[in-house]
Design a protein around this ligand. Structure first.
Ligand SMILES: Cc1cc2nc3c(=O)[nH]c(=O)nc-3n(C[C@H](O)[C@H](O)[C@H](O)COP(=O)(O)O)c2cc1C
Length: 330
């Protein structure tokens, strides 16, 4: 057992959270992670109407009586608008979910201080995913309950400050008083032990959860992540102002070639659209669309169940922490 501010805040067994994952963080995976003692994530962007989103929360509650987070991504999107963001916040408050993971713009800037007040009144814990100390300071100031410190190693959309998790975690932990969770580059108990040593109260993973039995994607992709190594991801999208990290593949090579010759967003959209990514997860064709995984894939050795993953991570981290404490005397 590892007890931290995160396990205490949510009453969970493991200080391990799943990050938002478009197309993958849906009720069966969300509930599997929460049932195994971690904090699952239900990713709001998967749902375009209020009824669909509310049903997904209700479905998750049917599958688990444990707490879970809702991921709300406030980034430019052709499909998900500011009205969607406001609807997600309203429904999260009404359904009294345990907490929200906000990425991109913070709630006060994306939706206004009312959104923060609404969630606070409903006792929904608010965490902001940040890639810089200044953004963590802002989130604490406007009333957030915790920070996800996401380094450049992470899958998804790391901040263009390009600071690594190893530096970002202690810098944010020494600066804010609210709990910090390390994000990016963690896939096993060694990463959990390291994050706790750096001042974090837990870890968030997403890439590692893709290679679990319960993840709703094609088995080809899970096996591919086991085969691939830490150098097999790359950053793309800098030319359009929204960088992403994805698995190196034919389509990513094409995207980078278009960017290098000064191609415009219109040329890129057909290759990186959300619907294309959805299809790639379903069919298992890793070369068809950008799969937004991080460098932590180098640490994935096998596909296992979520419970095996969480139990083995906490055990390994507890053993490392106990063993290391014997190495030193103050
Ligand atoms: C398949 C996949 C989809 C993701 N989709 C989102 C998303 O929709 N919104 C978001 O804020 N982050 C997204 N992320 C980023 C994760 O929530 C998390 O910050 C990151 O992956 C953690 O680092 P790791 O990849 O080393 O585990 C995604 C990550 C993956 C692997």
């Amino acid at each position: 057992m590892i007890k931290t501010a995160i396990t205490e805040m949510f009453g969970v067994k493991h200080p391990i959270l799943c990050g938002a994952m478009m197309w993958l963080s849906i009720p069966p995976l969300t509930a599997a992670i929460s049932n195994a003692g971690g904090l699952g994530n239900l990713t709001a962007g998967n749902y375009e109407t209020e009824a669909e989103f509310r049903n997904a929360i209700k479905e998750t509650k049917k599958l688990t009586d444990k707490p879970f987070m809702v991921g709300i991504t406030i980034l430019p999107s052709l499909r998900i608008t500011a009205e969607h963001h406001a609807m997600y916040v309203k429904v999260c408050a009404e359904e009294k979910v345990a907490g929200v993971e906000i990425s991109g713009a913070p709630l006060d800037k994306g939706l206004g201080m009312d959104a923060i007040e609404t969630l606070k009144k409903a006792n929904v814990k608010m965490f902001q995913k940040v890639g810089a100390v200044r953004h963590a300071v802002h989130a604490e100031k406007v009333g957030y309950d915790g920070i996800y410190a996401a380094g450049i190693e992470e899958g998804g959309h790391p901040l263009k400050d390009d600071v690594t998790t190893m530096i970002l975690t202690p810098r944010i932990a020494e600066t804010v008083k609210i709990p910090v969770v390390t994000v990016g580059g963690v896939a096993d108990g060694r990463g959990l032990a390291a994050a706790l040593t750096l001042g974090a109260q837990g870890v968030m993973m997403a890439s590692r959860f893709v290679a679990t039995k319960e993840c709703p994607c094609h088995d080809n992709i899970k096996e591919e992540l086991v085969r691939r190594q830490e150098m097999d991801t790359t950053i793309f999208g800098r030319s359009i102002g929204l960088q992403g990290r994805a698995l190196m593949s034919d389509v990513i090579r094409d995207v980078i070639a278009i960017e290098e010759r000064g191609g415009k967003l219109e040329e890129l959209i057909p290759l990186i659209s959300g619907m294309r990514i959805k299809q790639a997860w379903e069919t298992g064709n890793v070369n068809y669309a950008p799969l937004m995984v991080g460098q932590s894939i180098g640490l994935i050795k096998k596909v296992m169940t979520v419970k095996e993953l969480l139990d083995s991570m906490t055990k390994e981290a507890a053993e490392i922490l106990a063993q290391k404490s014997k190495m030193a005397s103050a």
